[in-house]
Design a binder for this molecule. Structure first.
Ligand code: SF4
Length: 488
């Protein structure tokens, strides 16, 4: 499980501020101080995988806007592709993804045909000759789609938009449900990276979180992919799940690090049962409190650093040899709906239910559920859509949105930003006086430093980077805090 991928930012040559490279762990805040900071800063904040964030999406930015952006692509402009599959083979209680189990093969085949139709419609608008640098399948569980559908969509996409020779082609997998011959199929289709959901290996935690997965299943999945020549593996872990303790997540981190995935993403569990009914199955009494969550995160962080992983941004880890660690080092790392990425394209075209597309001009999202997506594509919902695109809503960047998107992305990615450099990049005159004033209490708390125009989040305050980024979020200031996930 993971979110879809959306790079954003300006199209001119991107010159990031000097990145904070892999920093060894320094002594953090002492325990009393840490608790005080948690109490003060653990509100709900966006994850800033885009700016403006999805809560700003409205139907005012819809298919007509997206069609215009697609038609206006410069000849030969490259972009990235994202395909979303909203189906799983079984559901996990903790998961907030919009996904369902669809047993009837015909319905899954029909979804494959709908993706093919969307490829054709988008292709009409982009025209040919646009190389694709990154292609990702997410969900849900993309391999719940029949092999013939995966084959057909990949073939159609590659005919329409050829992959560059060094393109990253990746897919999310559920190690509990790997179809027979999956490794060989994915290798045949050109995949070179897989992302596995694991979350936690402790049987008691798995039971409480509603996802039972043996270590043997995870090992077998990795072995099959590596055996098929798909060498690059990402694993997702979660802390803050019911029944997790510092000791249990430490064991999980050791066990998973021993498998040597190239990358790991370590997320905090977001308990949002008012949004995601499935989470009502989670016993809230078993959830760790914010102090315990912090300690769990710190414990995983310690294990992964000691195992030789480089910390990337807020919640990713990479082997030093991995392209993500290199992108951090050379300042080309980006942040998008997938989290951190080496995808430096400014344009992402998302296809499938709920998929998000991103352009320098803004973002759009397709109809969310599989049924709504089908109705939007077929026109059964009675809405007239330009180009037949199944777009639901979006946001057009206005005013300082692009400048602030870049400032926030720099902070979230490199933990620092040179405000003056970003203003020069966007020809903007902005002294950020209100933001400097708003940062003052955080400076006093040791969460950030402000030297001239350079805002820097020190290593020990890495976990609070969202709080610092939020200071530059004009929409959040205007609208107040919507229901986002916990900042810590
Ligand atoms: S397999 Fe589980 S965690 Fe992954 S998307 Fe499906 S329900 Fe969510």
């Amino acid at each position: 499980m993971s979110a879809s991928s959306v790079p954003f930012g300006p199209s001119p040559a991107f010159t990031p501020d000097k990145p904070a490279s892999a920093v060894p762990r320094e002594a953090g805040f002492d325990s009393a101080r840490q608790k005080a900071l948690l109490a003060r800063y653990s509100g709900q904040l966006p994850r800033y995988t885009s700016y403006p964030t999805a809560v700003q999406f409205t139907e005012a930015t819809g298919s007509a806007t997206l069609a215009g952006w697609l038609e206006d692509l410069a000849p030969g402009a490259s972009f990235s592709l994202y395909f979303h599959v909203p189906f799983c083979d079984e559901l996990c209680s903790f998961c907030a993804c919009n996904t369902s189990v669809v047993r009837h093969e015909e319905r899954r085949l029909a979804y494959g045909r709908q993706l093919l139709e969307e490829v054709a419609r988008v292709g009409q608008l982009t025209g040919p000759g646009h190389p694709v640098t990154h292609l990702h399948w997410g969900g849900g569980t993309p391999t719940s789609l029949p092999a013939e559908s995966l084959r057909a969509v990949m073939a159609a996409a590659r005919t329409q938009w050829p992959l560059t020779p060094d393109a990253e082609v990746s897919i999310e997998l559920d190690p509990r449900n790997v179809p027979p011959g999956c490794g060989a199929l994915l290798a045949e289709l050109g995949f070179n990276r897989v992302s596995l959901g694991v979350q936690d290996i402790d049987p008691e935690v798995q039971k409480a979180a509603g996802r039972i997965q043996s270590r043997a299943q995870t090992e077998a999945c990795i072995a099959e992919m590596r055996g098929a020549g798909i060498a690059s593996v990402n694993i997702d872990l979660i802390y803050g799940l019911p029944r997790q303790t510092t000791e249990s997540v430490t064991r999980t981190a050791h066990s998973i690090a021993a498998l040597r995935p190239d990358r790991l993403a370590v997320f905090g569990y977001a308990h949002v049962p008012w949004k995601e009914k499935r989470q009502k199955l989670i016993d809230e009494n078993l959830l760790p409190d914010s102090d315990a969550r912090f300690e769990q995160r710190e414990a995983i962080d310690r294990v992964l650093r000691e195992a030789g992983y480089v910390v990337v941004g807020l919640d990713h880890y990479a082997l030093p040899s991995d392209s993500m660690a290199r992108a951090l080092e050379d300042g080309t790392l980006r942040r998008n709906f997938q989290g951190y990425t080496t995808d430096d394209s400014d344009i992402l075209v998302g296809l499938g239910a709920s998929a998000i597309s991103a352009f320098p001009q803004g973002l759009t999202q397709n109809a969310v559920s599989a049924a709504a997506y089908r109705r939007a594509l077929t026109g059964e919902d009675g809405v007239e859509r330009t180009g037949g695109l199944p777009t639901w809503r979006g946001v057009t960047r206005r005013g300082q949105d692009r400048l602030r998107a870049a400032v926030i992305e720099q902070l979230m990615t490199f933990l620092q930003v040179d405000l003056a450099a970003q203003c020069r990049r966007f020809n903007a005159e902005e002294d950020f006086a209100a933001e400097r004033a708003a940062l003052a209490p955080m400076v006093a708390d040791g969460l950030v430093t402000l030297e001239g125009d350079v805002v820097r989040v020190p290593e020990e305050a890495r976990l609070f980077v969202r709080n610092v980024a939020a200071v530059f979020d004009q929409h959040l200031r205007r609208d107040g805090v919507a229901r986002h996930s916990s900042a810590v």
